[in-house]
Design a protein around this ligand. Structure first.
Ligand code: SF4
Length: 299
């Protein structure tokens, strides 16, 4: 559902915006549908990077397949890896290990990160590898026609669940927190200021940092009536509750409430610093490789 391309003059005018230097030439206007949350996430990310004084050359952005994967590729102008479906975390892990000094960030969707790439996500969080992951969660596979994803709410009508989705939605932020990530937060596209603060944590922090961004796909996500982007924002405003309140009253979750805020902020050493410390000790001859210490070899 890509909008028609704007005439040449309009595209030139868009590229005169002071923040347009963060965009690849020729990519505006984007192919996002009107009212899509992906444009808001891109806007918020650009403003965050600009406010922090981060140069795009300092970043490596990795992405998978899906509408939100267009945010870093082709839109945001920095070194970018546009990878195969579900493999953004795996590629990013390799890049970070080869270049530990580079800030490696991922932007991808719920279908890519939690569906096809779910196992990579869990193990990267478990390793506490130093990556910042933004998961744009619109509860659906938007790019391929609105099929159910792991985060589709129960009862939602999608192109693969015309009578209503049978499964409960996967609570991805809670899953990543339980797996061992250093930092986990959830906000919606209504909470732009808080989103920007959480993006800052992702850019600066150590270990595995995960931000779930509950977003809108006005083209396909119509389980609660045919909403416009603006109506979806009102829905997010009216149904978001601080995580602390939901922890105290878990039954609120059943009333379609969205827990927002910081779920964990652990500040434990990330994988890279643990690995570099071991490397130093090995080089100094302080540790030797030895066989298993606990209970011998396991089958
Ligand atoms: S996520 Fe939905 S609204 Fe956004 S570009 Fe994709 S199909 Fe369009």
């Amino acid at each position: 559902m890509a909008p028609a391309r704007a005439p040449e003059g309009r595209r030139d005018a868009l590229m005169e915006h002071p923040l347009a230097r963060y965009l690849r030439p020729g990519t505006m206007p984007s192919t996002f549908c009107p009212g899509c949350g992906c444009g808001m996430v891109l806007n918020c990310f650009i403003r965050t990077v600009d406010r922090m004084g981060i140069r795009p050359e300092e970043l490596l952005m990795v992405t998978g397949i899906g509408c939100s994967s267009w945010i870093p590729s082709p839109l945001f102008k920095c070194d970018t890896l546009h990878t195969t479906h579900g493999r953004a975390v795996a590629f990013a892990t390799g890049a970070k290990l080869m270049s530990p000094g580079t800030r490696v960030l991922i932007i991808a969707g719920d279908g890519d990160l939690a569906g096809i790439g779910g196992n990579h996500l869990i193990h990267a969080a478990h390793r506490n590898i130093d990556l910042g992951v933004m998961m744009v969660n619109n509860g659906i596979y938007g790019m391929t026609g609105g099929q159910s994803s792991p985060t589709t709410p129960a009862g939602a009508r999608t192109s693969t669940s015309p009578y209503g989705h049978l499964e409960r939605p996967m609570l991805v932020a809670e899953l990543v927190a339980a797996a061992g990530a250093n930092y986990v937060a959830r906000w919606t596209t209504y909470h732009i200021r808080q989103l920007s603060g959480a993006m800052e944590e992702l850019i600066l922090g150590e270990g595995f940092r995960f931000l779930e961004i509950v977003s809108q796909c006005p083209t396909y996500f119509r389980s609660e009536g045919a909403r416009t982007g603006a109506e979806m924002l009102e829905y997010f405003r009216d149904h978001s509750v601080p995580v602390e309140k939901i922890r105290a009253a878990p039954e609120m979750r059943k009333q379609s409430k969205i827990p927002v805020g910081t779920l964990v902020d652990r500040k434990e050493p990330g994988y890279i610093s643990v690995m570099l410390k071991m490397e130093k000790r090995i080089r100094r001859g302080v540790v030797e490789a030895r066989g298993p210490e606990i209970g011998g070899a396991r089958g």
